[in-house]
Design a binder for this molecule. Structure first.
Ligand code: APR
Length: 167
């Protein structure tokens, strides 16, 4: 059995269980397109946190993950994977996006497994109990064929399970 499960549908539908919404981000403080734009409409306070993190750290964020409260849904935390310095047509190469995706997921794994980290995010239980969900990251604006990102996700088998939403 694989550590990936696919579900058809919009990832932004409300859920009745604790979950982390993982998405791929630029370090330039822009949630201006794709899934990030939809999140900016739904979670403006989270976007504000994301922009501040980018302003303070810029491209030093590459290969890192920022966990951000959603502020509006008790059972949701947002995970920003910093995989490209710029968004839009200025995004990085597929090789660098994949490399930073893997590193950022490793960083996320390490953060989730810090004892007592849950209190920092007002989480409702241990972050290791949160379901890890994502759209088909990197395959839209970043233009990376999904199968390549899928390979990186499969390499976390035994450490993390992911639910992938397909429109
Ligand atoms: N539910 C499920 N999947 C979605 C949804 C949704 N509501 N909205 C978009 N998708 C899918 C797209 O069809 C695509 O397959 O998510 C995938 C990723 O799309 P993008 O948002 O274009 O993201 P990505 O390719 O990872 O590029 C990241 O775009 O999201 C912005 O600011 C972000 O600069 C970053 C870049």
């Amino acid at each position: 059995m694989s550590n990936l499960q696919y579900i058809k549908g919009n990832i932004l539908t409300l859920k009745g269980y604790p979950h982390i919404l993982i998405h791929s981000c630029n370090c330039n403080g822009s949630w201006g397109g794709g899934i990030a734009y939809q999140m900016s409409m739904r979670y403006p306070h989270s976007e504000r946190d994301y922009i501040q993190i980018c302003e303070e750290n810029g491209s030093n964020l590459l290969g890192k993950c920022a966990l951000i409260p959603s502020y509006s849904e008790d059972n949701l935390i947002i995970a920003c994977l910093f995989t490209s310095s710029l968004g839009g047509s200025g995004h990085g190469s597929k090789e660098s996006i994949l490399k930073y995706t893997k590193e950022a997921l490793e960083d996320m794994y390490n953060q989730i497994n810090v004892p007592d980290i849950a209190t920092k995010y007002g989480a409702i239980e241990k972050l290791t109990k949160y379901k890890l969900e994502m759209p088909m990251i990197n395959s839209g604006i970043f233009g990376v064929p999904w199968e390549l990102t899928e390979q990186e996700l499969l390499s976390f088998d035994g450490k993390m399970n992911f639910t992938v939403y397909q429109l």
